[in-house]
Design a protein around this ligand. Structure first.
Ligand code: SF4
Ligand code: SF4
Length: 132
């Protein structure tokens, strides 16, 4: 069975409610937004809408290529998995992602990596996300 991956159905449907972000962060027991692997940003005012930034599950992930310790490894189905024990907190992966889709856990000095679990999908009231 192919591995699941999170996909954007249509970012133009996003109203910026951040429900997906709260849901994702909650996986780590955080009641705020600090650990979310998905981010919603305004693209310049309510009338211009929002953009959703999340890992695109690259088949040839540049984040993994630059990791000096192999803490990021290619994930079956695209994207990467993080072995936090190997991570030295250099942040190269954050700079390497062409989509700006790696966020930072400043408490533990580790990247926040989307696991493509799909938990956020059910919390989006507007059908912006899906798992395939
Ligand atoms: S921050 Fe960690 S995961 Fe990212 S490139 Fe550096 S060692 Fe690898
Ligand atoms: S974090 Fe960025 S570079 Fe890495 S697999 Fe996801 S989209 Fe690709």
């Amino acid at each position: 069975m192919p591995a699941r991956r999170l996909e954007l159905v249509d970012p133009d449907l996003c109203v910026g409610c951040m429900s997906c972000m709260f849901a994702c962060s909650r996986r780590f027991g955080d009641s705020g937004l600090n650990y979310s692997a998905i981010h919603v940003r305004s693209v310049g005012g309510v009338e211009r809408g929002f953009t959703v930034i999340v890992c695109r599950a690259c088949d040839d992930p540049s984040c993994a290529k630059v990791c000096p310790t192999s803490a990021l490894r290619m994930r079956r189905g695209g994207g990467v998995t993080l072995d936090a024990k190997l991570c030295i907190g250099c942040g190269y992966c954050v700079r390497a992602c062409p989509f700006g889709a790696i966020f930072w856990d400043g408490v533990n000095d580790k990247p926040i990596i989307c696991t493509h679990c799909g938990y956020c999908v059910d919390f989006c009231p507007y059908g912006v996300l899906r798992v395939m």
